[in-house]
Design a protein around this ligand. Structure first.
Ligand code: NAD
Ligand code: ZN
Length: 340
């Protein structure tokens, strides 16, 4: 089969011919229809510090996908050959304390599809039955292909009650854009999104943000004044930029709540006084709930949530280099690759 393999410990990704993977008794073999490019795939492509420490060359990358069940192990129950599925990319151990108490997304022994085990930038991928998520007929495949980051956005945005609240989202990457839509969808009052990239801020606007701020030209202060606010009730940090996080803390209304999804550089400095004296609640966000977030996402799309606004490019898999280039420049929302 054809697959995108991280063959060399160097920048790049290579389309290679590799054997179709074998299934265990509780696995299914999925024939991929579409695979989306995640920021993580770009990190692996660019071979940055994180990738050098995490990735073993020879890995097939990719964890945002949709496809059809092509084969199944003898122990698989409740799924039929031919069904259209996506899957949770974290393969949890199933036996640790967190797995047992329904917090499998925080399993310390988790394995990442396309990170620690072969992934879905391939004609076929093997996934344990436990991780499958069935896609209803009414959900288009090009949207189901990026339920994974939709899940990050949903898990983060739904962490706190948003009804009537003023929300600040820092970072209009694909996840920030989708989160802006979710905040609008569930009834926030003002949804303000910051970034340094106008293309992405426009997507956030289409998705439901009522005010976007390019922080290279405008300040959050001005927007707070314009909207007649004293600060934000809810902050969703989705940029991974330390300055953005600092700006967010400074503009939170006392007793506000902050959900931290963006991965901040280790040397990031924090003004702890903002958190202490304002009594802020700060919550780390990882992955998405298995499988309550998947359920909410599916129902939101079936109920009319405009997820398609976050999808900007659909390309044949042979044009994958172009897809990675789009991701590198940031002139895109989600980029989905078609296998056929
Ligand atoms: P992304 O890199 O595409 O988006 C980040 C955005 O932040 C970019 O559009 C960038 O222009 C913007 N940005 C840069 N500097 C900024 C600033 N000063 N102010 C405001 N915005 C600024 O990433 P993504 O795929 O949308 O993911 C968002 C973040 O979440 C990333 O940091 C990613 O690593 C992280 N992430 C975390 C989890 C988790 O489980 N915690 C899962 C997926 C992604
Ligand atoms: Zn576990």
């Amino acid at each position: 089969m054809r697959a995108l393999v991280k063959r060399e410990a160097a920048p790049g990704i290579w389309m290679e011919d590799v054997p179709i993977p074998e299934i265990g008794p509780n696995d299914v073999l999925i024939k991929l229809e579409k695979t989306a490019i995640c920021g993580t795939d770009l990190h692996i492509y660019l071979w940055d510090e994180w990738s050098r420490q995490t990735i073993n060359p020879g890995l097939i990358i990719g964890h945002e996908f949709v496809g059809h069940i092509h084969d199944k192990g003898a122990g698989v129950r409740g799924y039929q050959i031919g069904e259209r599925v996506s899957a949770e990319g974290h393969v949890a151990c199933g036996v640790c304390r967190n797995c047992k108490r329904g917090k499998a997304h925080l399993c310390p022994h988790t394995e990442g599809i396309g990170v620690n085990r072969d992934g879905a930038f391939a004609e076929y991928v093997v996934v344990p039955q436990s991780n499958l998520w069935r896609i209803p007929d009414r959900v288009p495949s090009e949207l189901a292909a990026f339920f994974d980051p939709f899940g990050n956005a949903a898990h983060c945005a739904l962490k706190f009650d948003l009804v009537g609240e003023d929300v600040l989202i820092t970072g209009a990457g694909p996840i920030g854009i989708i989160a802006a839509g979710i905040c609008r969808h569930v009834g926030a009052r003002h949804v303000v999104v910051t970034d340094v990239n106008d293309y992405r801020l426009n997507l956030a606007k289409t998705m439901g943000s009522d005010r976007v701020v390019n922080v290279t030209r405008e300040s959050i202060d001005d927007v707070v004044e314009e909207l007649g606010l004293e600060g934000f009730d809810i902050g969703l940090e989705m940029s991974g930029n330390a300055q953005a996080f600092e700006d967010m803390l400074e503009h939170m209304y006392p007793s506000g709540k902050v959900a931290l999804l963006g991965i901040l550089p280790p040397e990031s400095m924090i003004d702890w006084n903002q958190i202490i004296f304002k009594g802020l609640e700060v919550h780390g966000i990882y992955g998405r709930l298995m499988y309550e977030t998947w359920y909410k996402m599916t129902q939101m799309v079936l109920g009319g949530f405009p997820l398609h606004e976050a999808l900007t490019h659909q390309i044949p898999i042979d044009d994958y280099e172009q897809g990675f280039e789009l991701m590198r420049t940031g002139q895109c929302g989600k980029v989905v690759c078609d296998w056929y």
